[in-house]
Structure formats: structure tokens, C-alpha cells
Design a protein around this ligand. Structure first.
Ligand code: DC
Length: 226
């Protein structure tokens, strides 16, 4: 099998990972893998069954009834398929964000999803974003970047996104949710969000998307011929 390149982008909620990773993948001709969407799909499945994401007994009992698949359409957009059903849009709510953060703390859930993430990177050049890509999923990733920004800046960006989608946004509430997710994602026992020793940290608080992309390309060019 020919060697594949992998770019791991980790960081807290709202740091701009998905926007940047998607653009980067399109420019490089790589697959974009949004791993948060996989955890969101699990959260959505349990939600439909009325199971709390904290209820480890319930999660363990029903998780085997779930199949999660990633598909790509002709535009390269990632679709999440839950038991044969496309749930790509259904998983993008604030409620599912919180539930995904809680459900992702269970080892049984993380173990089940590990191979599917690694498989994509084995077969294709990827830009993969998440919380544990550099630390657990792809410890030998060609490039590891830790993307972050101040919580207030991230909350403001999330509000702008919600408003652009025609949804309501309350800054204080969004900020609280972001801080709560930061806490949960960094304090869980299994694969917590943390910066790896071989990651390059990029703070995007003062940068616009083009600025972040330019900075990322400089980091990537040290390892991958662009
Ligand atoms: O990136 P996101 O906001 O779509 O992720 C939703 C939640 O999923 C996040 O709060 C934590 C969890 N997650 C994770 O634990 N590991 C990943 N690689 C990606 C997401």
C-alpha cells in the first residue's frame, strides 16, 4: 500500500477546526474526516432511544445495535450514516453537542469507533480533526496541530454560525456550554483532549480563516511537500 499522509488537528470546541480542516482538505485533495460527527451520531442514536449519555449501563446495552458509517458525496462532503439512515444534519444541534461530549467519555464508545477512524487514514491522505487524533487515533500522524482560541472568541464564532443558519444564539449561554464542554473533554479519564508533545500549537484568537490557513500551510510544508 502506498504511504499516506495524515494531518491531525485537535483542539477545543469552536476553535475553527472543522472549517479550517475542510478547506485544507479541499485544497490539498485529501479526505476530510470530522471525528466529532461520529461521536455526535452515537449521541443522536442514544437520544432517539431515550438513553442518557451518562448512563453507562444503557449505553453498553444498546451500543451493539448501532452501526455507524462515513460516506462521502461527489463534493467530498462527509455524511454520517446511522443504521442506514443519513443523519448528517440531525446531529448538528447544541443539545447533541453536549450529549456527544458526555457519551465520548465512555471507553466502550471510544474503542468501538477507533478502527473506523484509523481505516480511513490507512487508505487515504487525510485531514482529521477531533480531540484525540494526535494522541490516540493517529499517534504517527505526519503533522499534528493543536488549534485553539480564547473561550470568548470561540463562543462569539459559534453564535455567528448559529445566526448565519437562522438559529437563535445567546452569547452567555453559548460561552457556558463551550466552557462546560472544555471541562468535560479535558477531564475525562479516557483519551482526554490534550496537546501532544509533538503537536504545533496555533492560537487562532487573532486570526481570520485565511490567516489560519496560511499559518497551517507553513507548519505542514515542513513535513509534506505542498
Ligand atoms: O468536534 P465536535 O464539537 O463535533 O465534537 C463533539 C464532541 O465529541 C466533543 O465535545 C467531544 C467528542 N469528541 C471526542 O471525544 N473525540 C474526538 N476525536 C472528537 C470529538
Amino acid at each position: 500500500m502506498p504511504k499516506t499522509y495524515s494531518i491531525a488537528i485537535d483542539g477545543p470546541a469552536g476553535a475553527g477546526k472543522s472549517t479550517i480542516a475542510r478547506r485544507l482538505a479541499a485544497e490539498l485533495g485529501y479526505y476530510y474526516v470530522d471525528t466529532g460527527a461520529i461521536y455526535r451520531t452515537v449521541a443522536y442514536f442514544l437520544d432517539l432511544l431515550g438513553i442518557s449519555p451518562k448512563d453507562i449501563d444503557g449505553v453498553s446495552r444498546y451500543i451493539d445495535e448501532l452501526t455507524v458509517e462515513i460516506e462521502y458525496d461527489e463534493d467530498g462532503k462527509q455524511h454520517m450514516i446511522m443504521n442506514g439512515m443519513d443523519v448528517t444534519e440531525d446531529i448538528r444541534t447544541q443539545e447533541i453537542s453536549q450529549k456527544a461530549s458526555l457519551v465520548s467519555a465512555h471507553a466502550i464508545v471510544r474503542d468501538m469507533l477507533l478502527d473506523m477512524q484509523r481505516d480511513v487514514a490507512k487508505r487515504h491522505n487525510v485531514v482529521m480533526d477531533g480531540r484525540d487524533i494526535g494522541s490516540v487515533v493517529l499517534p504517527k500522524a505526519t503533522v499534528k496541530i493543536f488549534l485553539t482560541a480564547d473561550a470568548e472568541v470561540r463562543a462569539k464564532r459559534r453564535c455567528d454560525e448559529l445566526i448565519a443558519k437562522g438559529q437563535k444564539a445567546n452569547f452567555e449561554q453559548v460561552l457556558k456550554q463551550i466552557q462546560q464542554r472544555d471541562y468535560q473533554d479535558t477531564h475525562r479519564e479516557v483519551a482526554p483532549l490534550k496537546m501532544c508533545r509533538d503537536s504545533v500549537k496555533l492560537d487562532t484568537s487573532e486570526l481570520d480563516i485565511d490567516g489560519v490557513l496560511a499559518a497551517m500551510k507553513t507548519i505542514i510544508a515542513e513535513k509534506i511537500p505542498l
